[in-house]
Structures are given as C-alpha cells and as structure tokens.
Design a protein around this ligand. Structure first.
Ligand SMILES: *[C@@H]1O[C@H](CO)[C@@H](O)[C@H](O)[C@H]1NC(C)=O
Ligand SMILES: *[C@@H]1O[C@H](CO)[C@@H](O)[C@H](O)[C@H]1NC(C)=O
Length: 435
C-alpha cells in the first residue's frame, strides 16, 4: 500500500475531524472545556516509529473516529541521538510536517511515554523533560495559551457530550514525576494526584476513560521475571492501590482504562479493586509490535512464549484456548458506544492494520456500575481477582522453568557431542597407532 495514499487519507481525516472540531465550542477550564458533541467512536494507539511505513492509518480512517488518542511513544525521539540534539530535531526536522502526524484539531489528543518523553524507561530524573514537554504539546497542536503549557507534566482532561451521555477523558502523565522503578514511590507526583482527585470527584459523567501510557491492570513482570521486565502500574503497588482507592472514593461509575507501551494488544480486567470490574484496553504497536521487531522466523516462537506466559487478568475469547489472546502485530484500539440501546452498550476492540478485530469484548454500561444485574445475569464477576504474584510458583515461573530446562537440555546435548567427538578421536588415534 502506497505511503502517499495513506498519508493523504489520514490528512483528509484530520481535516474532516478538524472541521467537526471547529463546529464545536472549545474553551479552556480545569484542563480543556466541555464540548457538546455526542461522541460514540474513539480510536487510540501508541508506539509509532515515524521513519517506518504506517499503513494502519487506512484502517483508522475507515473506522471514522471522532477522537483519536495518542497513548505515548507517538514518535521515537530518543533513537541513537543525544537528547539535546534530538530535541532540536523534533522542532526543526521534517517529522512534524508529515501529514500523518498533523494533529490539526482538538480531536487528536494524547500523552507521552518514554520514547517521546526522551529516554527509554525514564522518569522524573530526566533533564530534557521541560524542553520535551513543549515539543509534545507542539506535536499535539496544543494552543499557545493553554494552561497545559504552564504546568509540570502533560496530564490533561477533556469532556465531550450532552449531560447523561457525556464522556470524560483523563490523560495521565506517567513520566514527568515518576520515581525510579523498584522504589515503590510515586508515578503521578503530588500535583498530578491533587489534580486527578479533583477531576474524579468533580461532575459525574456517564463514562470516564483514563488513558495511561503504561498498563494499569496487567502485571506481566510478575510472570516474565527475571527473564524480562516491563513497566506498569503494578510495579508501583502502593501507587496502584491509591489509584483504585481514589476511583472507589470518588464514587465515579463507568470508569475504565486505556493503555499502550507493551508492543501488543490485549484486554484485561480486574474485578476486585472496586465494586465493579475495571477494564484496561491496551493497544500498542501502530508500527512497533513484538512480532514486527523480531526476525520473521522467530514470530511463531514469540506467539508460543506469549501463550505460555500465564495471565490472570486477560479477557479471553472462546477461540483463545491454544492462543495467547494477545495480538503481536501492528494494531490500534477502538471504543464504540451505542447510546441508544438500553442499557447503553460499549464495544472495546483491538484491530489489525486491515481493521479486522483481533480481540474485543462487549460491555454494557450497567456492568460498570455497582449493584448491577451482573449476578442476576449469571456472570461470574469474581473471575479476574487473582494477582499474578499469587499464582502457584510452578505456574508463575513457567517461562523461567522452561528456559532453564531448555538450557539444561542444550548443555547435555553439548556435553554429549563433546564426549562423542572425544571417543571418536581417541578411537581414530588408537587405530592409527595400531596401523
Ligand atoms: C524506525 O524505522 C526505521 C526505518 O525503517 C528504522 O531504521 C529504525 O530503526 C526504526 N526505529 C525503531 C525504534 O525501531
Ligand atoms: C507485580 O510484579 C512485581 C514483580 O514480580 C511485584 O514486585 C509487584 O508487587 C507486583 N504487583 C502487584 C500489584 O501484584
């Protein structure tokens, strides 16, 4: 598929969205002021290499999103460059003007993750954060007089839709104030926590989407440790509990998360944090998906490893018995809301570059409220309650055990070969002596 065509279509979409955006009143308050437009289609994505082809935008455009949300790693700015120079390149370089990145309306919103923040896995210690905050906000076409340009960090909130059919979108900054991984310190920092509390305890909305660059529900680190490690809210258990408690205290209903970062798509849910299930819809890999970044012959291996890695929170479809139910190729996420059905229906989906659904779940809005008819409907709402760290060790460390076992077998084979060679050589040597 021609990149030019893809750029053109994305550009068209942006212009279209822009026109819709202009037709709507936009002012600025707590973060961004309410827009009256009824929103029923939202798309989101993350991990997008600006130098690689991005054919997925055709499918995004075909979905006709009213809002597109960038969840971080919107570009890879830190690649093999000193950070100061990288900062400059991002402003004056060609990337900003590539049509597929033109966020020319209020309806393309977003936050950052480490690679557009400026350094892999970085947190509050990163010295380029002030400059790069400006660069991200330029990338998102944030108005020059926006309060978001004056605060420390890029967190923001938006409200769309008429009362009763309104959606609040809260975008967190998981970088600017974050303590080192392993410290069990803070992710959001004091000022952002105070802001978040105000946002959550403020006017109720039918739905509240919390966008976090890193996953909130899944704790992949618990099951791939010590071979690999991932960043996630679960690596900051106190901070994660605080988040759940805040949502609980706020009595807000209809809250769910969207996230990116991990280079695959996945839907997870945790049923024991609040009195309703908390979903986390992860889409990661507009270009940078796990199967794309490994050589083709390793793709089946990646799938096998994904299938082997246990997960207690993943929402699995019926066809996932012999599959992991994560999607490791380029993908984007979608949220569709049918406001006219009773009760209101939500569809969470992860789609591939052709727009085909690779994992998804339908949820009714009443399921995201306490005292719902869940039990009456016979649904088991206690299904996703076991933390990954509470799995029996033989399950939790399955991957590690297989890895060690494979190493052991390889070692045995190697020793066997050495021994055989040795025997053959000795026999050969003996023979020669006899000759
Ligand atoms: C992005 O794509 C370019 C061109 O395909 C490639 O050279 C570069 O290594 C990629 N960057 C990352 C972070 O994978
Ligand atoms: C997630 O896993 C990590 C690593 O094993 C562990 O330290 C942490 O406590 C876990 N978090 C939760 C919320 O279970």
């Amino acid at each position: 598929m021609g990149i030019n065509q893809c750029r053109f279509r994305w550009f068209n979409a942006v212009v279209l969205i822009g026109m819709v955006g202009v037709a709507v009143t936009v002012t600025g308050s707590d973060s961004h002021v309410k827009q009256e437009q009824l929103v029923s289609r939202i798309a989101f994505g993350s991990c997008s290499n600006q130098s690689a082809p991005q054919p997925i935008w055709d499918a995004v455009v075909d979905f006709h999103p009213q809002i597109f949300i960038w969840l971080g790693d919107n570009i890879y700015g830190d690649l093999k460059r000193p950070f100061k120079i990288f900062g400059k390149e991002r402003t004056i370089g060609p990337w900003k003007n590539v049509p597929r990145f033109v966020p020319s309306s209020q309806q393309v919103i977003g936050t950052w993750d480490d690679h557009d923040y400026g350094l892999n896995d970085a947190g509050k210690e990163f010295h380029g954060k002030v400059t790069n905050q400006k660069l991200l906000l330029d990338f998102l076409d944030e108005p020059q007089d926006s309060p978001r340009r004056k605060q420390a960090g890029v967190y923001a909130s938006y409200t769309y839709g008429p009362v009763g059919r309104d959606i609040k979108i809260i975008l967190l900054d998981t970088r600017y104030h974050r303590d080192p991984v392993g410290s069990d310190g803070t992710i959001l920092g004091n000022s952002q926590w105070l802001w978040l509390e105000k946002e959550l305890k403020g006017l109720p909305t039918a739905l509240t989407i919390i966008g976090s660059s890193i996953q909130v529900i899944s704790n992949l680190s618990a099951t791939i440790h010590p071979l690999f490690a991932m960043e996630s809210w679960a690596r900051f258990p106190k901070e994660r509990d605080r988040l759940f408690k805040l949502i609980d205290d706020s009595k807000r209903t209809g809250v769910f998360f969207i996230s990116g970062d991990v280079h695959f798509g996945e839907i997870t849910r945790y049923d024991c944090a609040l009195d309703y299930p908390l979903y986390d819809v992860t889409s990661s890999g507009v270009t940078q998906s796990i199967e794309e970044v490994v050589p083709p012959f390793l793709r089946s291996f990646v799938r096998f490893v994904a299938w082997l890695t246990p997960s207690t929170m993943r929402v699995k479809g019926q066809n996932c018995r012999y599959k992991s139910c994560i999607y490791g190729q380029p993908n984007f996420g979608t949220i569709e809301i049918d406001w006219d059905s009773h009760p209101v229906k939500l569809k969470f989906k992860v789609k591939d570059k052709n727009g085909v659904v690779v994992t998804g779940v339908d949820v009714s809005l009443t399921e995201l409220q306490p005292n719902s008819d869940r039990e009456k409907a016979g649904q088991n709402n206690q299904k996703h309650c076991t933390l990954e760290v509470s799995l029996p060790w033989i399950v939790r460390y399955r991957l590690m055990i297989l890895f060690c076992f494979t190493l052991f077998v390889l070692l045995l084979v190697f020793l066997g070969l050495v021994y055989t060679c040795f025997r053959i050589c000795r026999l050969g040597g003996c023979k020669r002596k006899h000759d």
